[in-house]
Design a protein around this ligand. Structure first.
Ligand code: 0A1
Ligand code: ZN
Length: 849
């Protein structure tokens, strides 16, 4: 258990550690209940640091013995670590500790998963392995010896020797302890090699459990593409002789960028056409890239302290997004990323969990691996690039790598690089890092004799601890269309710095139609009452694919709101305009599939709330269904054509072209199922030879309430495959009729294969319930109770996953008083639990505040 009285840590209290760590040697004698770790660490006083006691972090480790320069010492032990008197000059610290990896259910530190040993040290897990200054600004070279009967013994860096029951590794690159990793197990590898552009040959391996060897090829291709991309785009080469990736079934997050030894949730690396969908393949490609890119942005240049998390995460997300858009369709990728940002980050930024991209305080850092730090952090970098231009951005990145290689850096360092490379003053831009909340941008227009003027006003609403906001720098990409749909003024980047600011376009022959915030040039909410005809005009003509999609999305949103609020009929004008886009065969099928998607029910709830209307989850769900029915009826005559265009006649490949077609095919099948009761879906299910087709058919059948036989068949086919079974669990809750979703989820928690200690399985069931909007908000409160019951059960074992999943309750104040009271009751029930973890208590406390 963590400390009873959680303490708040503040950015403003940063103080460097008093010693430099010159070298670390670790020996692991592995045993499930009694692993011994011997450490030998050379410390030298740092003359620049303020005077302080010698304190090493350590949690849940038993100290067997410690010496300084060979002489036994007896440190003072606290629940957080140890304090010890030390000599004035440099000295060698040696310690032996014991830990019990098999009893480590939190999956932080050294733990066991399916018979293998593995580690997760970010953010503060190394202190559960041995006593150490576990902070990212303490960087050292590590030598590791592993003693174990298991056949494969891995750690960071390069292998330096091995024999029967032992192996040694040395990592020449100084690193913080959070990048330490160790894996041992009975593993099989999928090997390959990569030659860097300066001619160095690197051995690449993906290590998996026996039986999973056939699911590694895609991950390996993604790794090689990532290595090439970072060389070509940023001139960054890999810097060790080996690069190892390991797949682990029990993992709290997606993956981890440990130096030379990336550890992946098996769901984020293993894929075969039969078991993984196109979306899984794309996600795996981007996570492999993300972790690989961390080698430079995160590992070679790391963070001074955890408040700077966005320094590595925002930049690395931005880099993996660029990678995907270079490899696939840039337009489709941008739309997907913005949809994701609006679905995950906007609710966070506009609710009780709002925090700046660089937070200023925390109780538990694990609670700050958020959409704000990651995704908004990436948006901030995208804005910086838009403001300075591509060339200056590339120059600034070169300077960043040159200047800070080997450093534990800060956001100030990052911004200074841009200031030095471009001569710009970025002090106002820095507010993007310190002010929480989503700016709301409203627009007025004026037309006067050839001059068209746009006047913008920005307002950022108050967020917890930040009642008043100052204006931010907002890059607003604007293009103007002439009345015939041509581009009258191509995209121009307006730089807004004031609370209210006007921009004039002169010399126009006719009043234009503006296309504002092209490419979603800033993470803001654009508030503009655009007449439906103007949106339809943009939907038909905008040269910017993002805004074209967004116009349609806005029309759909407004039509749905009218249905929910006023009982209006589905908007035939919008449906017809959409139909014209769908028929346009020059458009990418993937783009057309995105156009067919409706706003999520959670998004509609948020918009209603913003309009001062209390969202009714059942009404939202019914209107969405009615809209989809209307689309199906209207588009019926073209469904055969669209299905034919979505046909793939080549052997399966998860590339952009084929997966775009399959996603259009999936959207068409969903409409068709509304008309034929499931006949086409049943046929597709029976004939499917890949998971994308099998799962899209199954989804349609579940939604139609016609999936009993197929769900059983799917279960029988895939019961031996954990990752596919996660889909089986999740889908029947996510796609369930909301009236039945809580019961369905409850029944599945009683299924013998519901291994609730496995985070993927837990999320498959309880996370899926939270994603079924009307199901989770079931009027009986059954959804709330079920989730709270399971969070309470998981918390003592795995605080990290429990705390993350509490965010399902973050929007509780939005709903009617009955639902509010029921959610509050569950939050208070969680908060009142004796011995609640620091992670969960911080989250619930913030949600309730
Ligand atoms: N740095 C990893 C994500 C990660 C963060 C925390 C973890 O455990 C608490 C695990 C992984 C990334 O950005 O991919
Ligand atoms: Zn990352």
């Amino acid at each position: 258990m963590k400390d009873a009285a959680p303490q708040t840590v503040y950015l403003s209290d940063y103080k460097p550690f008093g010693w430099r760590v010159e070298d670390v040697s670790l020996t692991f004698r592995l045993a499930p209940e009694a692993t011994r770790i011997l450490s030998r660490i050379r410390f030298a006083p740092d003359p620049a640091a303020p005077a302080q006691d010698f304190f090493l972090h350590g949690e849940d480790v038993s100290l067997i013995r410690a010496t300084i320069d060979g002489a036994e010492v007896t440190p003072e032990i606290t629940p957080q670590g140890l304090r010890c008197a030390v000599p004035e000059g440099a000295f060698t610290w040696e310690a032996e500790v014991e830990i019990a990896p098999a009893s480590n259910t939190a999956l932080e530190g050294l733990y066991m998963s399916g018979g293998m040993y593995c580690t997760q040290c970010e953010a503060e897990g190394f202190r559960k392995i041995t006593y150490y200054p576990d902070r990212p600004d303490v960087m050292a070279t590590f030598s590791v010896r592993i003693e174990s009967d298991l056949p494969v013994l891995l750690s960071n860096g390069n292998p330096t020797g091995s024999g029967d029951g032992w192996a040694e590794w040395h990592d020449p690159w100084p690193k913080p302890a959070y990048l330490f990793a160790l894996v041992t197990g009975d593993l099989r590898n999928h090997p390959d090699t990569f030659t860097t552009r300066s001619g160095k040959e690197v051995a690449l391996n993906i290590w998996v459990r026996p039986g999973d060897e056939g699911k590694c090829a895609w991950g390996m291709e993604a790794l090689k593409k990532s290595m090439t991309w970072d060389e070509e785009v940023h001139g960054r080469e890999y810097d060790l002789d080996v690069f190892n990736i390991v797949a682990v079934d029990d993992f709290n997050m997606g993956a981890m960028e440990n130096k030379g030894l990336n550890i992946f949730n098996s769901a984020a690396v293993l894929a075969s056409p039969e078991t993984a969908t196109d979306a899984n393949f794309e996600r795996i490609e981007s996570i492999i890239a993300h972790e690989y890119f961390h080698n430079w942005t995160g590992n070679r240049i790391t963070c001074r302290d955890w408040f700077q998390l966005c320094l590595k995460e925002g930049l690395t997300v931005f880099r993996d997004q660029q990678f995907t858009s270079d490899l696939r369709s840039a337009a489709v990728k941008r739309i997907e990323d913005v949809a994701q940002l609006r679905a995950r980050q906007f609710p966070e930024d506009q609710g009780p969990l709002a925090h700046p991209v660089r937070p200023e305080s925390f109780q538990e850092i694990n609670n700050f691996y958020t959409a704000t730090v990651y995704e908004k952090g990436a948006e901030v970098i995208g804005m910086l690039k838009r403001l300075v231009g591509d060339e200056a951005y590339a120059k600034a990145l070169d300077l960043y790598f040159d200047r800070h290689d080997g450093d534990a850096a800060t956001i100030e360092d990052w911004l200074r690089v841009f200031e030095d490379a471009t001569g710009r003053d970025l002090s106002q831009f820095k507010r993007w890092y310190s002010q929480a909340g989503t700016p709301r941008l409203s627009v007025e227009e004026a037309w006067d004799d050839g001059t068209y003027t746009l006047t913008f006003t920005q307002v950022t609403p108050p967020t917890p601890g930040q009642p008043d906001k100052a204006p931010q720098v907002i890059p607003i990409a604007v293009g103007l269309l002439s009345p015939n749909g041509d581009e009258a003024v191509p995209t121009r980047m307006l730089e807004m710095t004031e609370g209210k600011q006007s921009f004039a376009f002169e010399g126009l022959s006719a009043r234009p139609v503006p296309s504002i915030l092209r490419g979603f040039s800033a993470p803001v909410v654009l508030e503009r009452d655009v007449p439906a005809e103007e949106r339809a005009f943009l939907l038909a003509h905008d040269a910017d694919p993002f805004n074209r999609w967004d116009s349609s999305r806005s029309l759909a949103r407004e039509a749905l709101i009218a249905m929910i609020r006023d009982g209006a009929e589905p908007d035939a004008t919008w449906i017809d305009a959409l139909g014209r886009v769908l028929r346009d065969e020059t458009l990418d099928p993937a783009f057309r599939a995105l156009m067919l998607g409706l706003p999520t029910q959670a998004e509609l709830a948020q918009v209603l709330h913003e309009k001062g209307v209390t969202p009714d989850p059942d009404a939202i769900c019914n209107s969405t269904e009615a809209m989809a029915d209307a689309m199906a009826k209207r588009f019926e005559p073209m469904l055969d054509d669209l299905a034919a265009q979505a046909q793939v006649d080549a052997p399966y490949a998860p590339d952009a072209e084929q997966s775009g077609k399959r996603s259009l095919g999936g959207a068409v099948l969903a409409l068709r199922t509304r008309l034929d009761g499931g006949a086409a879906a049943r046929a597709q299910f029976a004939a499917a030879d890949n998971m994308t087709l099998q799962l899209s058919a199954l989804t349609c059948l579940i939604r139609a309430g016609e999936a009993r036989a197929e769900l059983d068949a799917f279960h029988d086919q895939w019961q031996g495959d954990r990752l596919v079974m996660d889909k089986w669990f999740g889908l029947q809750i996510a796609a369930a009729d909301p009236a039945e979703a809580p019961d369905r989820a409850k029944a599945l928690t009683q299924h013998p294969a519901f291994d609730w200690k496995n985070p993927n399985r837990f999320r498959a069931v309880l996370g899926a319930l939270a994603m079924n909007h009307a199901g989770f908000h079931h009027k009986t409160g059954a959804g709330y109770r079920l989730l709270a019951d399971w969070l309470l059960r998981l918390d003592p074992l795995n605080p990290q996953t429990t705390a993350r999943m509490c965010s399902a309750f973050q929007t509780w104040r939005r709903y009617d008083t009955g639902r509010q009271a029921m959610m509050k009751e569950q939050l208070e029930r969680i908060a009142a639990k004796d011995g609640l973890s620091r992670d969960t208590s911080e989250m619930v406390g913030r949600i309730l505040s």
